[in-house]
Structure formats: structure tokens, C-alpha cells
Design a protein around this ligand. Structure first.
Ligand SMILES: Cc1ncc(COP(=O)(O)O)c(C=O)c1O
Length: 363
């Protein structure tokens, strides 16, 4: 069986380096907010081309703290693409702000035209999500935010290293939010997250918020949280970050083989804008007979996942927003037809060839 995702093969690529990094932290006697987190923050900010990075405990809390630091809360509206993982929307609503979903574009990102139409006098920010590793149309979105005085937050949980016009995702908005959940392109060995920003005040604010609202121990300026990245995760992330370009290049090779090999007319391949470097967090195909295809592949020893079968506006959690089926037809059509096929570091060429062969054999 080839699973849709696999983490041990990625670990084994640099096993010695990871093990050494973990042992060094274990032996150091320092486990929270120390040299490793500090070094990772500097290295990740430099990798992206951002001025500051703050290591956090997960991607959801990165989003939550981003909106909190921007003073967005009750009575404020935040525009977000309907076609996303539900955590994006939760980062908004956990601050008691109102998520306003808008339709997606053909690259599964936010549709800038839909953003324009959704702006009201309560709109305070736009949250873009670079889904599947493909950067959103940032020139258009930035133009709209500038024109209307809106804050811009980027959900980069799936886009470590992706670019739009050669600029890294996470560096366009006021704040870029990252997840280091193990399956992510830059995945930790447990939970992790970060924000990046060029704004010194926001950097400082989020540093304080992540640590009980204090800069100096026992001097608490605000009611903060405990939202810190561990030393051990930071040390492991530093190892992976040093190989990030190789890891993303390997995903790109897999995507190229899929693009060249899959020729079944029942399948739509992932579209990529020529202004974007996609980092292939997922390789997502579409098929009108999606459920049959998934079952056929399972019978042929190939695992798949649906990212995502229920868009947030149709989830039970967001029933209170009052949306119904049919409100975002393209997003809903994607939810009914998308299928993520295996994409992970360490996949063999034989595995890729078999996947291509089986997909082409589906009728
Ligand atoms: C688009 C998106 N946003 C946010 C998150 C939340 O990240 P985390 O799992 O680290 O909380 C994820 C991943 O789970 C995600 O895919």
C-alpha cells in the first residue's frame, strides 16, 4: 500500500542530523524559549526574506494571535476564502470577529474580485490561504487592501517556500502565519507554528502574547497565552529548514512526473500560475467520479485524501453564520471533486510510476 502521506521516509533522509539535534537539546537542560528557538526564528525569517519571526506552538494559534495583535475582534469582519481548511476560519472567530467567506479562483486561492464585492464598513482585514502550496494572486489582493485600508494576513500553513513574482508567501501581508504540523513541507516532529512580519511592533506584541503577556518574568502587561515553540522542535526544524530547498525540489520532481504522466481524460490536473512557484504541499487532481476513483485507487493499493470534503461555511461549527449549500458554487464543486494523491518526500520512482499507471487505468 502506498499511503497518501508518509513521514518516516522524510525523517530517514537526514536521520543522523535530526537525532544529533534532538540529543543536543536533551543534553542541554534547556527546553523552552532558548537558543534553538532564537536561532530558528532568525533563520526562518532570513529564508523567507522577512524582518521578524516568532516561534509559536501551532498554526491555529499563529492565526489567532495574528488577528489579536492586529486588534481585530468583536464586530469586525475578516474576509477569507471559502475554499480552505477550517483552521483558517477558526483563527478569525476565536477572536470573536466575523469570518466572511468569499469564492475561490481557479488556483484554489482567494478570488480578488470576490474580495472587492465583500467589503463593508465593518471589514478590517483579508485572510488569504495559499492552499496546496500555490501562492494566491498577491498583487491584486495587496492592491485591494491598500485601497480600502485593510490589514492583510497570510495563512502559509501549506506554502513554506512558495513564491508569487519571486517573493515568498508570508512576506506580502502585515503578518504571515505558518504551521509546522508534521505533514507540512516544513514539518516538525510534533506541533509547531510561527508568524513572520516586517513590523517591529507586531513582532514585539506577539512575543509578549505568546508568553503570558510578559517580556520580563512576572511582569505581565496583558492577559496573554502560553503559545511557545519548544526548543526540541526548533532544533529539528533548523535541520529541516537547512534542506528546505532540496525537499521542495523533490516535491517538484514528483509533480512534474505526475503532470507528464497522468493523461486520463476523466482527470483534471492541478493548475499552476506562471507567476507562482508552487511547493506542492498537496498534489490535487479533480474528477467528477471522485469517490469511485478514490475507491478504485484504494483497491489498487494507493491511498488518497480529500482536502477538504466539507467547506467551513457548510460545517456544523459555522452553522451560526447562516450560509447554505449553493452560496459558493465553485468552492462546493471543488469539495465534491478534489482528490489528493500521494505526495511526500522519499517517494520512490517505482511508486510514482505505479500511481500514474493506475490513475490512467481508471474508467
Ligand atoms: C490552511 C491551514 N491553516 C491552518 C492550519 C492549522 O495549523 P495547525 O495544525 O498547526 O494548528 C492548517 C493545518 O493544519 C492548514 O492546513
Amino acid at each position: 500500500m502506498i499511503n497518501a502521506n508518509r513521514l518516516d521516509t522524510g525523517f530517514m533522509k537526514y536521520q543522523k542530523e535530526y537525532e544529533q539535534a534532538a540529543i543536543d537539546v536533551l543534553r542541554s537542560g534547556w527546553y523552552v524559549l532558548g537558543k534553538q528557538v532564537e536561532a530558528f526564528e532568525k533563520e526562518f525569517a532570513a529564508y523567507l526574506g522577512s524582518a521578524h519571526c516568532v516561534g509559536l506552538d501551532n498554526g491555529l494559534n499563529a492565526l489567532k494571535l495574528a488577528f489579536r495583535a492586529l486588534d481585530i475582534g468583536e464586530g469586525d469582519e475578516v474576509i477569507v476564502q471559502a475554499n480552505t481548511y477550517i483552521a483558517s476560519v477558526m483563527g478569525i472567530s476565536m477572536n470573536r470577529a466575523t469570518p466572511v467567506p468569499v469564492e475561490t479562483d481557479e488556483y484554489y486561492g482567494i478570488d480578488p474580485e470576490a474580495v472587492k464585492k465583500a467589503i463593508t464598513d465593518k471589514t478590517k482585514a483579508v485572510l488569504v490561504v495559499h492552499l496546496y502550496g500555490h501562492t494566491c494572486r498577491m498583487d491584486a489582493v495587496m492592491g485591494i487592501c491598500r485601497e480600502h485600508g485593510l490589514k492583510l494576513v497570510e495563512d502559509c500553513a501549506q506554502s513554506h517556500g512558495s513564491t508569487f513574482d519571486n517573493r515568498s508567501s508570508g512576506t506580502f501581508g502585515d503578518i504571515g502565519c505558518f504551521s509546522f504540523y508534521p505533514t507540512k513541507n516544513l514539518g516538525a516532529f510534533g506541533d509547531g507554528g510561527a508568524i513572520v512580519t516586517d513590523n517591529e511592533d507586531l513582532d514585539k506584541k506577539i512575543r509578549i502574547l505568546r508568553n503570558y503577556g510578559s517580556q520580563k518574568r512576572y511582569y505581565n502587561e496583558v492577559v496573554g497565552e502560553n503559545s511557545r515553540l519548544d526548543e526540541i522542535q526548533a532544533a529539528l526544524l533548523r535541520v529541516k529548514l537547512s534542506h528546505m530547498d532540496e525537499l521542495n525540489a523533490e516535491r517538484d520532481e514528483i509533480a512534474k512526473r505526475y503532470n507528464a504522466g497522468i493523461n486520463n481524460p476523466l482527470i483534471t490536473l492541478p493548475p499552476v500560475s506562471d507567476r507562482v512557484k508552487c511547493v506542492w504541499h498537496q498534489y490535487v487532481i479533480r474528477c467528477d467520479k471522485r469517490d469511485e476513483l478514490a475507491e478504485y485507487l484504494r483497491e489498487n493499493g494507493i491511498g488518497t485524501i480529500i482536502h477538504y470534503p466539507i467547506p467551513p461555511h457548510l460545517s456544523q461549527a459555522y452553522e451560526y453564520l447562516g450560509y447554505k449549500k449553493g452560496d459558493f458554487p465553485l468552492t462546493e464543486r471543488y469539495a465534491d471533486t478534489v482528490l489528493s494523491i500521494p505526495m511526500f518526500n522519499g517517494m520512490t520512482q517505482e511508486e510514482q510510476d505505479m500511481i500514474i499507471d493506475r490513475i490512467n487505468g481508471f474508467k
